[in-house]
Design a protein around this ligand. Structure first.
Ligand code: FES
Length: 120
């Protein structure tokens, strides 16, 4: 009899997202319907490190991007919400300007392993 308990566990805690090479330095990328609440998620790579957040602005709960996969402002240093212009730090997801100053994006637990990215 085949024991697939571990395989099922892996599936529930590690959902494959994409290859590491799909998110290049200084770029962002989004995916729809990846969370329990139906919101999408997005990822940004900065200085080699990956940051992943729920694609839901704390101001009105709307998705952040104005163009597919474009979550950053023109400087590339901050995350920008397209609806009312809130600006968030990439590292903490904390709003530093706009209508929801002090609130934060929801981080998504993730792991990069063997050239692949998984979310939990
Ligand atoms: S919904 Fe993001 S700033 Fe208003």
């Amino acid at each position: 009899m085949k024991d697939n308990t571990n395989q099922q566990y892996e599936k529930t805690v590690n959902q494959f997202l994409t290859k590491s090479t799909e998110i290049k330095e200084g770029e962002s990328k989004g995916w729809a319907d990846k969370t329990d609440c139906g919101a999408g998620i997005f990822a940004i790579r900065k200085q080699g490190k990956l940051f992943v957040y729920r694609n839901q602005c704390p101001h009105r709960g709307l998705p952040l991007e104005w163009i597919e996969n474009q979550f950053l402002d023109s400087s590339g240093e901050l995350i920008q919400c397209s609806s009312h212009g809130a600006l968030f730090t990439i590292e903490q997801g904390r709003c530093i300007a706009g209508p929801c100053v002090g609130q934060t994006l929801t981080p998504i637990e993730h792991e990069e392993r063997d050239g692949f990215i998984f979310i939990k």
